[in-house]
Design a binder for this molecule. Structure first.
Ligand code: B12
Length: 244
């Protein structure tokens, strides 16, 4: 079979979206399972297939061409697809977590954050993924309890940047404030390049690949991730690590 979509993830994104628009969740899941089996890297599936499909869903919803029910269906199927994708990640070596990945304030969008957390875990970073809508004091308490090196914070809704700023302030004033780093990301940061400085963070990255690179550079002295090849269970000769 000609696996043209390995070179053209945008074609796979279009097929995935078409399956979702038709309400065919089985076809959508099979498309991604086949791409995974054919060796499409996880970050390509996340960033070049699922992400553009979701952005298009948002555009269609905003111009009233897609119902709220359909948008929820797309979200549910995509979360299911990502659970399948995540089974290819070998859990990091045992040990204390190094990173917390969290939403903040009333932020419910958590798919992009989950992609970043999976990308970090694939690279060997022990990452606690909390999802969206987490109370600020609970995030700080967990970060202190686990003495993590990094808190990765995501927002999608522009007006929630102030919650990120408050979280950064609270983290800086906590018992780990002198050394904990804060990486922020999500669409508001991608749209406004200086926003990460304004919220007091240590940096930002546009996507999974950028987040993994940033963490590799800024946490290098903290703990070396497992850089052994083939952390994925599929036995491919190329390494997932090199691909992310
Ligand atoms: C699915 C969806 C929902 C779902 C979310 C489900 C879930 N569990 O995530 C539900 C239905 C709950 C929802 C609700 C709402 N939504 Co909505 N939603 C979307 C949609 C269609 C997809 C979101 C998504 O997953 N995108 C794909 C991910 C992969 O992309 P991403 O988030 O950008 O992530 C990447 C990068 O940004 C980066 N990144 C992300 N996080 C981080 C973190 C770090 C540390 C780093 C380094 C990088 C990083 O890496 C990721 C991977 O490459 C978007 C459309 C869009 N453009 O995204 C609208 C969208 C985001 N929603 C929107 C709106 C308005 C809402 C509501 C206010 C609607 C309403 N009236 O209720 C509510 C808000 C709820 C809330 N309190 O948060 C608007 C936001 C407008 C704005 N500028 O603020 C959008 C853009 C739709 C639109 N076109 O208008 N939504």
């Amino acid at each position: 079979m000609k696996r043209f979509y390995l070179q053209q993830p945008e074609a796979l994104a279009a097929s995935y979206l078409a399956a979702l628009m038709a309400g065919d969740r089985t076809a959508a899941l099979h498309l991604i399972q086949r791409a995974l089996a054919d060796g499409m890297p996880l970050n390509t599936i996340y960033q070049e297939v699922l992400q553009p499909a979701l952005y298009e869903v948002g555009r269609l919803w905003a111009c009233d061409q897609l119902s709220v029910a359909n948008e929820h269906l797309v979200t549910a199927v995509t979360r299911r697809v990502m659970e399948v994708c995540a089974t290819t990640i070998t859990p990091p070596p045992a040990g204390p977590p190094q990173i917390i990945a969290t939403g903040v304030g009333p932020e419910l969008h958590d798919i992009g954050l989950r992609m970043v957390a999976d990308g970090l875990e694939l690279r060997g970073w022990n990452t606690l993924y909390l999802g969206g809508n987490v109370p600020m004091n609970a995030i700080v308490a967990l970060a202190v309890q686990q003495r993590v090196a990094l808190v990765a914070v995501s927002i999608t809704t522009s007006s929630y940047a102030r919650y990120v700023r408050d979280l950064v302030t609270d983290l800086r004033q906590s018992a780990i404030g002198a050394r904990v780093k804060v990486l922020v990301g999500g669409q508001p940061f991608n749209r406004t390049p200086e926003l990460w400085r304004q919220v007091g963070a240590d940096g930002t990255a546009a996507d999974v690949t950028g987040a993994v690179a940033w963490v590799g550079q800024h946490l290098a002295s903290y703990a070396a991730p497992d850089t052994a090849p083939d952390r994925d269970r599929r036995g491919s000769t190329a390494t997932q690590l090199e691909r992310v």
